[in-house]
Design a protein. Sequence first.
Length: 268
Amino acid sequence: MGRAAVQCASPIDLADNAFRTLNESSVAPVLDMSHPAPELPAQAVRLDELQEILLAGASQELRDAVWAEVVRRARQNETWKLAAVGMAIPALRAAAGSLSRGFDGDREELDAEILTGFLTHLSSVDVEAPGIITKLRWAAWRAGREVVLAHRRAVEREEEIGEGASLARPTGHPDLVLARAVEAGVISAADAELIAATRLDGDDMEGYAVRVGASYNAVKIRRQRAEVRLVAFVTGHRRPRADETRVRSIRPAQRPALGRTAELLNVA
């Protein structure tokens, strides 16, 4: 049975859509680079058209000339900041694609941090040195890499805790243990149903994921985290409550990342 997945627009997709909307609006930003770059059309060019020219195999000199001007304007104007992100979408997608291989964490957090890494470096990248977009892309990639590493460390810690304890330790029928955990707010009723179905009733994870309309990885992570809280509950160790998990899973550095992404997309 294949793994089912619910497709949602990522922050990078949303930024791309906002860039397209901006270019189709009456206030679409344009650049006339024909004087410093004679290979460009001798007129003001819309940024989506300019993006296509650069992607078609432009020289390093031309890419740097265009990006130097885009960065300068982005540092002074929020609309141009969105324009800079839009121009960089292919590079940001490449970074997200390489980091998402084998990553079963929150893609929204990953993409938001990639965007934030790009925007943060936008304010400091040297526009007089060559390789501007390359440096911006690697700054975005490094920011995303931190999310991947943090998620990997968290999963490893939770698996160690989960493997070192057994759900059979508390007294009473497992269903009663789950019910007490729900009453105590340690896990949600949905978490209890997931654990009961896949641990006690023998349902396979892929079938359960299809039934609830979620991806296999999302169900797997949800069960892992619920079981860690459940084991901690029955062994007397303090772990986050069910309603705290989502907030605590986002590192402090990532919370402003999500906020800045939302602000950026509201520009258009």
